[in-house]
Design a protein around this ligand. Sequence first.
Ligand SMILES: C[S@@+](CC[C@H](N)C(=O)[O-])C[C@H]1O[C@@H](n2cnc3c(N)ncnc32)[C@H](O)[C@@H]1O
Length: 272
Amino acid sequence: MITLPELTPLENTLWLTLAGKALDYQAEHPILRDKTAYDVVTKLGYDAGQFKLSASPVVGIAHRSLVMDDIVRRFVARHPGAVGLDLGAGLDTRVHRVDPPATVEWYDVDLPGAATARRLLLPERPHAHTIGADLNDAHWLDEIPADRPAVIVADGLIGFLSKEELATLLDRLISHFPSGEICFNGYTRFHVWAARKYAGTRSVAPYLRSPGFDTPQDIERLEPRMKLVREIFLGREPEVARYPWTTRLASFLTAWSTFLSRKGTAVQHYRF
Ligand SMILES: C[S@@+](CC[C@H](N)C(=O)[O-])C[C@H]1O[C@@H](n2cnc3c(N)ncnc32)[C@H](O)[C@@H]1O
């Protein structure tokens, strides 16, 4: 039997996305197909249904992870000596899904309790490291090589950072590496408002600190060394064909409009 550390409420937000990925695995037409996420949930006897996630958030969680996996795959194909970073990694299994070559050093960073849970629950692999640290601390980057291009993912993280914390984090990352790419799911003011208004008490809403950034240009203004590669609206991607019909219909009705698409899930992809 595995004894997990006591997690803080902020660390406990990792269960929501893990549950989403496990539910996607069981869906009729899975998007991410993350068997390890499903296995972890099953092994723990964790009730993935407790969040009462409807089809829309499940496909959103799975699809945004798929899009970010793809960005990582393409980057490491072009930069086999890269460093990969997953910030606020929780129990996400990206390094296993992407399976980068052994020339890539991979770092999953999360708060200490979440990092311990990772070490206990997820399979180890060579060249993959777990760092238990608060991303707002100044020194967690010290142990990461600074002379290699980096691909950096923050999947489900930036909503938990204040504007100042995000600006400081981006500044530290971009100052540390010679070049690289960063991607994350966008958190607009609408998302912050909707999470606070509609989400239940088990949700992430109480821990959201972001004011919300409505456009990728808001992020470029926050950190001018970041240049947008692409804003990827999930509702316009081919995987929509695998969505349950209600979510597919909602995507169809909103995909024509950038304004409406930003109310759904978008992945923002930058280079520096
Ligand atoms: C919603 S979960 C997402 C987990 C994972 N990325 C995924 O997609 O399944 C948010 C994660 O961010 C982590 N987190 C939030 N603020 C953090 C901080 N200041 N430093 C490190 N990790 C943080 C939490 O501990 C949690 O694991």
